[in-house]
Design a binder for this molecule. Structure first.
Ligand SMILES: O=C(O)C1=C[C@@H](OP(=O)(O)O)[C@@H](O)[C@H](O)C1
Ligand SMILES: C=C(OP(=O)(O)O)C(=O)O
Length: 462
């Protein structure tokens, strides 16, 4: 259980910890499995609120998902409806509660439209406020009706078909991911002389403007291909050609799949390893090792290792170990956040411990996450004595060059990444740090404070 409020006492974290399962992959694998032909066993041990939101939504659409503890066994929607003699087009409107998960919502809208189902999409926290346009524009132009955006429930009806689509690449990669799923589900069988000779449901999707969060689109492509989809991408990653499924309109299950380790959440430990000695003495030099991360992962957030190395931290090994620099001093730098938005809150803590200034640029989309993360990251650091300047799309952090952060009270801003970044900051503070709303960590890392304590963190729950 994630605690509601915590008081953290300064202590360097050291030791070895396994990575939690990557929620971005878990979402994609669970959805693909629910849209496939036969059951899939997905190895996944993390039960975060977001992963459970996707499980809930796929169940509501008709999939049977058994929680085996270490894995999910997914019996797909098509199979389960057919067993009950139900046709998707005859079903009533279904309520899909996405919780606070943007990925779930932005993927499920085009998927529902590809299935031709009627749905009332709901959610919690800031989800209703997070943008849906330009995805909603594409869906409407394709003939899908959507009720007013910004209020739940969002009613969806109608069908998106084969076509040539274009969408801006700089609002959310999740729109692109959802559309790639929808186009992969189009069905059309080419028959010659009474024999099936393939599929003619070929669609294109073009990305316009700058493309941000591109690694997440690559993860989507990877999972779709593992489920038999034909997705081709141009060399500049701006144009996708997607061949739909055969007459069945189903993806092809590989039978088994496994969710890899989460670099975005490992980043909290890796930064804690990098800042270890700054405020807490030599024991921090031992660093932190995170196991279960793929060094060749498509997750863009694996860049955290390279960025910490550029700041001067010692980074080594396949089980990734990060230690503070030998002289105990990290140094500031410029970080382009366009492809790695989720790293900014925690990297800002490394920046606060460094010598010199760190500027995060191209970070505008942080404003449309679980909180306005440029504002809430700045507020979190300011509560701990750090000087921060917030620009429209930038964040500039004045490093304290070895002077510890102060203790203080931080609002978790109902944002898991702010809560976890504040907890890392607390390891190098001069006094206790209270985090209000620490429970938000459960969105991606329900056992965060258990693992924090296991690494030597001093956690008081109240
Ligand atoms: O598709 C995904 O799994 C995600 C995409 C990113 O969002 P944007 O593409 O909206 O930047 C990221 O910030 C989010 O945490 C997860
Ligand atoms: C923004 C995040 O997720 P989502 O967009 O899926 O809500 C996140 O995990 O930081």
């Amino acid at each position: 259980m994630t605690p509601e409020c915590v008081r953290l006492h300064p202590a360097a974290l050291t030791g070895t910890i396994p990575a939690v399962d990557a929620k971005s992959y878990a979402h994609r694998l669970l959805m693909a499995a629910a849209l496939a032909d036969v059951p899939t066993r997905i190895r996944c041990r993390t039960r975060s609120a977001d992963i459970l939101a996707t499980v809930r939504v796929m169940r509501a659409l008709g999939a049977e998902i058994e929680d085996l503890g270490e894995a999910f066994l997914v019996r797909p929607i098509g199979l389960c409806l057919a067993e009950k003699g139900l046709r998707p087009e005859d079903l009533d409107e279904v309520t899909l509660d996405c919780g606070e998960s943007g990925t779930t919502e932005r993927f499920i809208l085009p998927i529902v439209a590809a299935l031709g189902r009627k749905a009332a999409v709901t959610g919690a926290g800031r989800l209703a406020e997070r943008p849906l346009s330009p995805l909603s524009d594409v869906l409407r132009a394709a003939g899908v009706s959507l009720s007013e955006e910004g209020v739940f429930p969002l009613h969806v009806a109608g069908r998106i078909g084969v076509g040539d689509y274009a969408i801006a690449g700089n609002v959310s990669s999740q729109f692109v991911g959802g559309l790639l799923y929808a186009l992969s589900l189009q069905s059309c069988e080419l028959v010659e002389a009474g024999e099936s000779v393939g599929c003619d449901a070929v669609s294109t999707l073009e990305l316009t403007g700058t493309v941000e969060s591109a690694p997440y689109i690559r993860m989507t492509e990877e999972v779709l291909r593992a489920f038999g989809a034909e997705v081709e991408v141009s060399r500049d990653e701006r144009k996708y050609v997607v061949r739909g499924a055969d007459a069945s309109g189903l993806l092809v299950s590989p039978g088994r799949a496994a969710v890899e380790g989460d670099w975005s959440n490992a980043a909290f430990w890796l930064v804690a390893g990098a800042v270890g000695a700054v405020g807490a003495g030599r024991e921090g030099l031992a660093g932190i090792t995170v196991t279960g991360l793929r060094p060749d992962s498509a997750q863009g957030d694996r860049a955290v290792a390279e960025i910490l190395a550029r700041m001067g931290a010692e980074v080594a090994g396949d089980a990734v170990t990060v230690r503070p620099p030998k002289n105990g001093r990290l140094h500031g730098l410029t970080v382009d956040a366009a492809q790695i938005p989720d790293l900014v809150p925690v990297l800002s803590v490394a920046a606060a411990c460094a010598e010199g200034v760190t500027t995060f640029v191209n970070a505008g989309r942080l404003r449309i996450k679980e909180s306005d993360r440029l504002a809430t990251t700045a507020a979190m650091l300011r509560s701990l004595g750090v000087e921060v300047t917030e620009g429209e799309t930038t964040l500039t952090v004045a490093g304290r060059a070895g002077r510890p952060l102060t203790g203080g009270t931080v609002s978790g801003a109902n944002d898991h990444r702010i809560v976890m970044a504040a907890a890392v900051a607390a390891t190098v503070a001069s006094g206790p740090v209270v985090i209000e709303g620490a429970r938000a960590a459960r969105k991606s890392y329900p056992d965060f404070f258990r693992d924090y304590a296991a690494l030597g963190g001093r956690v008081e729950v109240f």
